[in-house]
Design a protein around this ligand. Structure first.
Ligand code: DGT
Ligand code: CA
Ligand code: CA
Ligand code: ZN
Length: 576
């Protein structure tokens, strides 16, 4: 019997085989989505299978439900058996080597029985590959280079914060379930809510490190144990994400948690402050320099206090002025929290490229207890996303009015208007004036040079209507760099006109990024936390928007959608 994690792993294996065999990408995606859906189940998989309710889960259709049931009950399913039989062992690992390709991998599997990247490297170095028909010295050198690149890529690989934290939460629960209920905490860049992370750094306080590390190795999603020592274990999860676990006696946990949270540059500053006070700070804790021994530290708060500093929340520990502010008592009070937000801003529906209807989005907002929601579908120029012209926009208002009668959440009429090439918005002024909210975003011609792009945005942000600058520089983390633009000039224009900046909570976007948020706040520009939701599920992106805003030192009072609906409406109303 497979648990949900093992079932998800099997579904991913199927997806990889199908992709390798050149199958229809939609089919491949269906298995990948199915794997995610199974992993995310909150209800017991066995119960869902037995009661035949798997197909009620979003992302799981009838065919997939049958395979999941097979996998759960028997450990395999006919399709997976067939795919495994059709490919020699090790195929999936070998095809990840750059330039090796399925054909060469198959030839080496047949000739030398190679089943893993380690096998492949050994065979190359021992000269066995060069003897196989079709493999010369140059090919062998290329393969070895490919193995090196694969390893480097694995080592340098970064992961989206949202993916990392979604992996961390069930893993933490698993480890905290160990006998004696040890305290286990997340540290590292994921605790600081950096937009991407290289690994999960976990710390635990326990007098039995061996059993905790065994528990990590036995976690169903641990695909590989990379290192195992007395107090430190490293595994790689099935998703490729590495996890470091350090175990110390419970009394040492606060200082180790603090040490492993970083960032390194923050610690360098703290160590200097410690020395001024006759102390030394390291991963082993706080000690007196005069040989007086360890200073007991019961919490991170106590550690900062011992250094004469105000407590610095993890999101701020980047050596961006926070240590000086903690000493001078000028850290921002009341950083915004996700609970402070009363309205979901920047939501798409099936009128453009969203997946849910206005009513479905509204009902989801009601379920979350949210006070208001802005419907901001794309404008006409975003034709690829089904953008609305004036006519359809007006018809959408009728639907919004009809839905409003059936829901509690207050629905506001908005647009995510394209910023056109010349910096204009995508609707006539008279139509803009009838809206509650305008998000203004660049979706096209992102390769303009810096001067042109700056001019375009300065023009748009200077328009005499209130606008929220949407996903500012169009970056897609790990995929697309921000476009070229002199951000400070655009912020100057926004400060001189009426407008706000958005913190976009889509885990691939997360902009404005913290340094630009601070630049915006220094100019007094208000902030909006937005979800950029294209489905009901995406309403949860608020969490990532709040984290990013905190990293940018944004306080509750700076955020327009922490205000009650009428105040928010008055603040963002396009026309005066
Ligand atoms: P990442 O993993 O690249 O997303 O970023 P971090 O910050 O999680 O870096 P990582 O995993 O290498 O190390 C975790 C924490 O451990 C880091 O935030 C601070 C601490 N640390 C690591 N190496 C050093 C070091 O050489 N000196 C000091 N003081 N601290 C270190
Ligand atoms: Ca890390
Ligand atoms: Ca690490
Ligand atoms: Zn957009």
């Amino acid at each position: 019997m497979l648990d949900k994690f093992a079932v998800a792993r099997a579904l991913r294996e199927i997806a990889e085989f199908l992709e390798l065999d050149g199958e229809n990408p939609f089919k491949v995606r269906a298995y990948e989505n199915g794997a995610r859906a199974v992993e995310a189940l909150s209800e017991d998989l066995g119960a869902l299978v037995e009661s035949g309710r798997l197909i009620e889960v979003k992302g799981i259709g009838e065919a997939l439900a049958k395979k999941i049931a097979d996998l759960h009950r028997t450990g395999t399913t006919e399709l997976l058996d067939r795919l495994r039989a059709a490919h020699p062992p090790g195929t999936l690992e070998l095809v990840h080597v750059p330039d090796l390709g399925p054909r060469k991998a198959a030839a080496l599997q047949a000739a030398l029985g190679i089943r893993s990247v380690d096998d492949l490297e050994r065979a190359c170095l021992e000269g066995r590959v060069a003897g196989v028909k079709g493999f010369g010295e140059r090919t062998v050198a290329r393969i070895l280079d490919g193995v090196r690149r694969l390893r480097a890529r694995l080592a340098d690989r970064r992961f989206l914060l949202a993916d990392a934290l979604e992996a961390a939460e069930p893993l933490l629960a698993h480890l905290r379930g160990a006998p004696g209920a040890p305290r286990v905490e997340l540290a590292g860049s994921a605790r600081r809510m950096r937009e991407t992370v290289s690994d999960l750094d976990l710390v635990a306080g326990s007098d039995d490190p061996a059993s905790l590390s065994a528990r990590l190795a036995a976690y169903p999603l641990s695909a590989e144990v990379l290192a195992r020592g007395e107090t430190k274990t490293t595994v790689r999860l099935a998703s490729g994400l590495p996890v470091d676990l350090r175990v110390v006696p419970p009394g040492d946990l606060p200082t180790l948690l603090h040490h492993l949270t970083g960032a390194k540059a923050h610690h360098v500053k703290l160590r200097a402050i410690a020395r001024e006070r006759g102390l030394t700070l390291s991963e082993w804790g706080l000690e007196r320099l005069d040989g007086g021994g360890k200073v007991p530290v019961s919490s991170e708060e106590a550690l900062y206090a011992a250094l004469g500093l105000a407590y610095v929340p993890p999101e701020l520990r980047e050596d961006a002025g926070e240590v000086e502010a903690a000493r001078d008592g000028t850290l921002p009070a009341e950083l915004v929290r996700v609970e402070d937000v009363r309205g979901l801003v920047h939501c798409h529906t099936d009128w453009s490229d969203g997946r849910a209807s206005v009513e479905e989005m509204a009902r989801a907002a009601d379920a979350l207890g949210i006070e208001y929601l802005t419907v901001t579908d794309h404008s006409r120029s975003a034709a690829y996303a089904g953008g609305l012209d004036v006519d359809r926009l007006r018809r959408q208002w009728d639907e919004i009015a009809r839905v409003q009668e059936r829901v509690k959440v207050r629905l506001l009429r908005g647009t995510e208007s394209d910023v056109l090439e010349d910096g204009a918005l995508d609707f006539p002024d008279a139509v803009l004036a009838e809206l509650d909210v305008i998000v203004a975003s660049v979706h096209s011609r992102m390769k303009m040079d810096e001067a042109q792009m700056t001019r375009r945005l300065v023009r748009c942000m200077s328009l005499p209507v209130f606008k929220i600058w949407g996903h500012a520089l169009g970056r897609l983390l790990l995929e697309r760099d921000p476009f070229a633009c002199r951000v400070e000039e655009v912020l100057d224009a926004l400060a001189a006109s009426r407008g706000a900046v958005e913190v976009n909570g889509d885990p691939r976007r997360l902009e404005l990024e913290p340094r630009w948020l601070r630049a915006a706040r220094a100019r007094g520009i208000p902030v909006v936390l937005s979800v950029d939701a294209h489905s009901v599920r995406d309403l949860g992106y608020l969490r990532w928007a709040a984290a990013t805003a905190r990293r940018g030192w944004v306080r509750r009072a700076d955020v327009l959608n922490t205000r009650p609906v009428e105040e928010f409406r008055a603040a963002v109303k396009p026309a005066i």
